[in-house]
Write a protein that binds this ligand. Structure first.
Ligand SMILES: Cc1ncc(COP(=O)(O)O)c(C=O)c1O
Length: 447
């Protein structure tokens, strides 16, 4: 059995984590963490936990002792901030009217949300299904692609994550999520993800070679029905070129392959556009949405698919108990209205530009920073011990993380050495500057 560490986030079993846990000397926190560790099944990236939260507001999560962390991770649900008053008000109103709607019936709020999503997306992305979580949306997308093409094989990226259910880990590319689980879904092929800094084809001036790899696999393997990918990789923040996505679109069209975009963490303004694919001038056949869709309050995910795929009325694609949830729908509608009425896309781009400059200025100062990548308010800072050899600075990345946590800033580490920085889009310039100061101080200490 493979026992490597999960690269999706920072480990909850590392030495640095043990030191952090040992340093927590508040008796109430210690007792609550022990309770958590006693009652929950332990699993990677979760129990044992980092700290105990009691409250959240705006850009902050707040622990039992009242310590505030600026949250640059937020599990990607916090575009409009925690406990957004506008979203809360709409959810409270709906709670008093109809919090749940059983299947076989519909409700106006869910229809309004479906209409809103399709109005934001280009035609023919006109048909919606809801689900209670991202991995279930992925599952629906994979089923639909099989029905549409009559082909069961998929291609994804090595190292990709599309959710933790059996079908999502089959189609995904992180070996660690499959370790020890035995046979999964057959027909899951993978290609290298475009990577602008390191990897199989680093040094080649453009990323089209990564796109050609798809064509190669399609030719060699045959019968590929779907290509599933994040248009911008969220965790270690990889932003392919427009030419890359144009070529992928061509390959999919030529080979009758459904292009599924997983925008579960990146939609709704994270990249400065409502949807990340809008950065590339192409569109998918199915888009998967989730996380922040529920306004940072309700669990909600969705697929929006090509109109012509609406021909399987006799098949259950989703069939979830919490499917057309009116409570989740009002949260989502409020989240979108808040983004629109507060010009959050424009503000994200402005603040993103500022953050980019600040991070690049840090890179000039500290050789520990090997690469800066990002768009909007999604940035990856890759740490290396030796810029020439690009040796991953995993230990230093953890040291930076725990120093920032100590000083009130939370984020996650991806691929062992990349600091992933994704603040709420409502962050003010002052708060962003404060966070960058905390980060720079931490980097300077380990440089
Ligand atoms: C890219 C991507 N796809 C899918 C998922 C799964 O979403 P959920 O955790 O809601 O099942 C995640 C969650 O982290 C994700 O990052």
């Amino acid at each position: 059995m493979y026992t490597g560490s999960i690269l999706e986030g920072d480990s909850n079993l590392s030495e640095a984590r043990k030191k952090w846990a040992a340093a927590a000397n508040d008796p109430e926190t210690k007792a609550t963490l022990t309770s958590d560790a006693t009652h929950f099944l332990h699993q990677a990236l979760s129990t044992p936990c980092l700290d105990v939260l009691e409250e959240c507001e705006g850009i902050y999560i707040i622990n039992q002792q009242g310590k505030k962390y600026m949250d640059f991770h937020g599990n990607a649900v916090h575009q409009v901030g925690y406990r957004n008053p506008f979203v809360i008000e709409k959810v409270k109103e709906q709670l008093d009217i109809m919090p749940f709607s059983p299947r076989r019936f519909t409700n106006v709020k869910s229809i309004e949300l479906a209409r809103k999503l399709t109005s934001l997306l280009p035609s023919p992305l006109n048909r919606v299904l809801f689900a209670p979580g991202g991995t279930s949306a992925i599952s629906m997308a994979l089923k639909l692609a099989r029905l549409v093409t009559g082909k069961f094989k998929t291609v994804s990226y090595w190292d990709s994550f599309h959710g933790a259910s059996m079908d999502a880990i089959s189609a995904g590319g992180e070996r660690e999520f499959r370790a020890g689980l035995g046979p999964l879904i057959p027909g899951c092929e993978r290609i290298p993800p475009p990577n602008s800094y390191r990897g199989s084809f680093s040094g080649i001036s453009n990323d089209l070679v990564y796109a050609e790899y798809l064509e190669y696999v399609v030719e060699k393997e045959g019968d590929i029905g779907a290509f599933i990918a994040e248009p911008i990789r969220n965790t270690d923040v990889q932003v392919p070129s427009k030419a890359y996505w144009k070529r992928i679109r061509e390959i999919c069209d030529k080979n009758n392959i459904v292009l599924i975009f997983d925008e579960i963490p990146t939609a709704f303004g994270r990249t400065g556009k409502m949807f990340a694919f809008e950065n590339f001038g192409i569109q998918p056949d199915i888009i998967c949405l989730g996380k922040g869709l529920g306004g940072g309050i309700m669990p909600l995910a969705a697929i929006v698919a090509n109109e012509s795929y609406n021909r399987f009325g006799d098949v259950s694609l989703g069939h979830f108990t919490h499917e057309k949830s009116p409570l989740a729908a009002v949260a989502a509608l409020a989240m979108i209205e808040f983004i629109e009425s507060h010009q959050l896309l424009e503000k994200t781009n402005q603040k993103g530009e500022w953050m980019k400059k600040r991070l690049h200025a840090m890179k000039e100062k500290y050789p520990l920073i090997g690469d800066i990548r990002g768009v909007g308010l999604l940035w990856g800072v890759e740490l290396v011990t030796d810029p020439g050899a690009k040796t991953k600075a995993n230990k230093q990345a953890e040291a930076v993380l725990y120093d920032c946590l100590q000083n009130g800033m939370s984020f996650k580490i991806s691929q062992g050495n990349t600091l992933q920085l994704a603040p709420p889009l409502i962050i003010t310039e002052e708060q962003l500057a404060e966070a960058m100061n905390i980060l720079e101080k931490a980097i300077s200490k380990v440089s």
